[in-house]
Design a protein around this ligand. Structure first.
Ligand code: NAD
Length: 528
């Protein structure tokens, strides 16, 4: 018997073993998948564990061949994949291509081409120890099995980026996608199956939070979690019991500061795209806009005018700017934040309401007269709402931007790049963009991740790849016939030498250390 569970984020229909995926624009069923339990997860982890050693033995070039073959398949199936993402999330297919598929194709080629260089053996300078014929270097080894838990807002790009990076580094992966977008994740598995990735290296375990819990408890070597702060904290707590390392990519309340010397038209267009792309359901969405009081009226007029031109509808043609939101619960949060702001004196300048339709549509909404007492300026809204507030001074702008529990990204708009860069460094966020918004998640080369409650660890770029390997330090003494002066026995002479080491050797200066040579020599003889 199918039942509707109102406690779930969107009316996903469950029977005892299936999850039914719905089209957010129409509420029609588009497919059903198994609700997997701990046994299913354990079987997937075991398959991954068995397949990984042979995969790790392949060269980077051999592993890259599978990634690049998968990339070709994605290109062949571009339209079909975009349509599936669009149907499962409500976003326009054009946006699925620009914000999910294009960045992922780029990332696939980037890591196929560059992983070897990023993870190459790295020598470490040892200072004066090098004169004792000592060398050290780092080798990077795969972790084993990586568990990936992902949300619904970028159901293709978020898990696939991490799958590609984990695989190229020599790991096997088990992915637990959001219960709201399982079909898109299964498509990722189809693509890699067509690319003839060896069995067991990539499994998708469909299910809800219970399936995610089973994966965290399932003995994987690392968890890459992307989702809300509350779930992230629960995941970190569970993982800590097994000492399983975790990367947490959590929520955001990202600020955009617009200075009086900014290109106003572009700043307005950036604010609108930053706030409304993906129906505002991006962790890096512009959720707070601070504009200098001297240009506020002009800026707000431009933003309102442009917002009213946006086309919102079912994502059936390429001409739609904004589709549906992906789930009912998120839409209710948006309504709650907007009504709380209005009740506290804010003014709606565009949009403001859900659309009366079968699906979960909320109008792109511009709100002014806001302050930090409002939920709209404090909590993650994750919907198409752009609240705008004014400031007087640089210091006030930075203080307002930093007045948040979150710190994922931030944006500074100014015609003076030095000013932009100077202020960027004063803002507490994992990424600060000057004259840009949102898009750096699409850059395979740069790190992605937050500070404060936006999480810890990084995905993407060299730093992201390093999260998916174990750094091993190899230390070599090339004069095995000579005992170390600090070994037993501890004699009077040894004591004197150690004191000289403290005073001279530890300065790091050869000049200071040179007078120690005779004493070292005597100690070496004494040892024999
Ligand atoms: P969520 O926390 O509800 O769910 C995320 C994933 O965790 C889902 O797959 C879910 O099934 C799983 N899950 C739920 N309970 C679990 C548990 N107890 N143990 C293990 N797994 C569990 O988040 P959501 O609503 O799917 O996603 C929206 C959130 O994700 C927003 O806060 C957004 O900002 C954040 N997000 C962050 C980034 C980033 O890169 N920082 C990117 C995208 C989304």
């Amino acid at each position: 018997m199918l039942k509707y569970d109102p406690a779930l984020p969107r009316p996903v229909l469950y029977n005892s073993v299936m999850i039914i995926s719905l089209d957010p624009s129409t509420s029609e069923e588009i497919g059903r998948v198994p609700l997997m339990d701990a046994d299913d997860v354990s079987a997937a982890v075991s398959r991954a564990r068995a397949a990984q050693p042979a995969w790790a033995k392949l060269s980077y070039r051999e592993r890259a061949r599978f990634i690049l073959r998968a990339r070709e398949i994605v290109l062949d199936q571009l339209e079909e994949i975009a349509k599936l993402i669009s149907r499962e999330t409500g976003k326009p297919a054009t946006e699925a291509i620009s914000m999910e598929i294009v960045p992922t194709l780029d990332l696939m080629h980037y890591f196929a081409d560059n992983a070897k260089q990023i993870l190459k053996r790295r020598r470490i300078g040892l200072g004066q120890y090098n004169f004792m014929a000592r060398t050290s270097y780092i080798v990077y080894k795969p972790l084993g099995v990586v568990g990936i838990i992902s949300p619904w807002n970028f159901p293709w790009a978020t898990p696939l980026d991490e799958v590609v990076m984990a695989l190229i580094a020599g790991n096997a992966v088990v992915v637990k996608p959001s219960e709201l977008t399982p079909l898109t994740a299964l498509k990722i598995a189809d693509v890699f199956a067509l690319a003839q990735l060896p069995d067991g290296l990539l499994s998708i375990v469909t299910g809800d939070g219970s399936t995610g819990t089973a994966l965290v408890e399932g003995g994987v070597n690392k968890i890459m979690f992307t989702g809300s702060v509350n779930t992230g904290k629960r995941v970190a707590e569970m993982a800590a019991k097994h000492l399983t390392p975790v990367v947490l990519e959590l929520g955001g309340k990202d600020p955009m500061i617009v200075f009086e010397d900014a290109n106003l038209e572009n700043a307005a267009r950036a604010a609108i795209w930053g706030a409304f792309c993906n129906s505002g359901q991006a962790c890096a969405s512009i959720e707070r806009c601070y504009v200098h009081e001297s240009i506020a009226d002009n800026f707000i007029d431009l933003v309102v005018k442009e917002t009213k031109l946006l086309k919102q509808d079912k994502a059936s043609t390429d001409e739609i700017d904004i589709g549906a939101m992906t789930n009912e619960r998120q839409l209710q949060i948006v309504e709650d934040h907007v009504s709380d702001a209005v009740a506290r004196g804010a003014e709606i300048r565009a949009g403001g309401h859900r659309l009366n339709s079968q699906g979960w549509f909320h109008q792109p909404t511009v709100v002014t007269g806001v302050d930090h007492s409002m939920k709209l300026m404090r909590d993650e809204t994750f919907g198409p709402v752009l609240p705008i507030m004014t400031f007087k001074t640089e210091a006030e702008a930075v203080r307002l931007a930093n007045d948040s529990i979150y710190g994922l990204t931030a944006s500074v708009f100014t015609g003076d790049l030095d000013r932009g860069k100077r202020l960027a460094e004063q803002i507490d966020a994992g990424t600060v963009m000057v004259n840009e918004v949102v898009y750096t998640h699409a850059l395979a080369q740069t790190p992605w991740g937050g500070v404060k409650d936006s999480g810890y660890g990084r995905t993407h770029g060299g730093l992201g790849l390093l999260e998916l390997v174990a750094a091993q330090h190899i230390h070599v003494n090339a004069m095995p016939g000579l005992a170390d002066v600090w070994w037993f026995p501890y004699t009077k002479r040894a004591g004197e030498l150690f004191r000289d080491f403290a005073r001279r050797f530890t300065t790091g200066s050869l000049l200071q250390s040179a007078p120690l040579l005779p004493k070292i020599f005597k100690r070496l003889i004494e040892r024999r």
